[in-house]
Write a new protein. Sequence first.
Length: 493
Amino acid sequence: MDKKLSNSLKYNIDYIKYIFSDCGDIVYRDFFAGCNMCLVYVDNIINNVAVEESILTNLMNRSDMRGEGDSFIEKSLLEVVSVKDVTKIYTFDDIVTAVLSGDTVILCDGANSAIQASTKGFPTRGVGTVQTEISVLGPKDAFNEAMAINIVLIRRRIKDSRLKLKRMKVGRKTKTDMALMYMEGIVNKEILKSIEKSIENVDIDGVYDSGYMEQLIEKNYKSPFPQIQITERPDKTASSLLSGRVALVVDNSPYVILLPAPLNEFFQSADDYYERWEIMSFIRFMRYIGAFIAVSLPGLFIALAVYNPSMLPVSLALKIAGSRQNVPFPTAAEILVMEIAFELLVEAGVRLPSPVSSTIGIAGGIIIGQAAVEAGIVSPVIIIVSALTAICTYIVPNTSFTAGIRIFKYIVIFLSSFFGLFGFWAGILILIIHLSSMESFGIPYLYPFCSSSENDYSDLKDSIFRLPLFMLKKRPVYAKRDNRVRQSGKEEK
């Protein structure tokens, strides 16, 4: 049970100092303002102006403030402390949480309570630009590490009182602030309860980023494919909230979690809705084709070139055979070497500074590839297959889903290496079965390609192809059933 504050200021301060022993950044400011008082806060994470002008100056210059104990606390709470958010607290645990959260605690001699004043002043960077979900025509602002700023960026786009926010803390040691946001009347209550329960069940020492929460609350942790979507775009988050999804804003993270997240959501980008539907439907279709090529092309090449060359046109089969005459390694080994080399180049490019990473990409992709062909280590056809696979891998506008494609590609390669065309189709079938067996907080992972009749087939209008905006009259299936109509107006002519 939480230990209560005493009436003795000396006892309270001594106990707080005991709790914060060897914490050199904790500041204790003793002063007199009608009675002996003390401020407790963490240096450098509070707003100094707020502490000096709204708390210290007000308390010390109010000559009419006389009294003691709880009566003085009540007067200070109601009349003197002029920060935006002040509350009364009664336990040492509340004091510890308040101080470490960037607030200032005001203690008074003779009072068994204290005042928690909101004086947060964490150092943060300003609103930056999008780095991973780049849009040509859309907004360029992106979330940053301050949860309060991220919430403002969302509310700036949805000026509606039905946008609700539930605050919570996760992590026994870090007590990371989180905000669960949803649209009342649009969100499906069952999905919301399921998400809340998953968050409440998280019991861990610390949560440092939204990536932690993504892994802790997703259901099928064995799958390489994400069932939770993260985004750095406020406009995408606002659009998702109006579609009935739930947003989880995690403090100290520049990414917001969107739930639920079926497969179709990972193939959508912001530009899909900012540009004309004809070209964006074509591009989205190409994303699906590219994802299939990324998973299947290396394995299919092995199956056809090694086990079933008779299925290839004669001229093509002869070209492939001629290009491999002086290569000492089997086709499967060539494919694996080139794919692993590509993975190493990607990892090196991510870890190195931007000017150096571009140099590494050029050196690895062109110089080493050309040298490998001339040395007879790999054939030119393998270079083409690996390069096309690499391009198709990153055509999907979501890095988490791309990781699943990269992993499953090797499963198809190994099955094709041992069983030929039968192994290739077995790998594709395993992928389809795996995706069909998954769900994201009650929504089938392959929706709307399965059970699309649940929402009168309207979700298919925004799947592989994106129809004109005036035809997208209904919200997706995860919205509340009796509030799925999002627009009315002109009909298709």
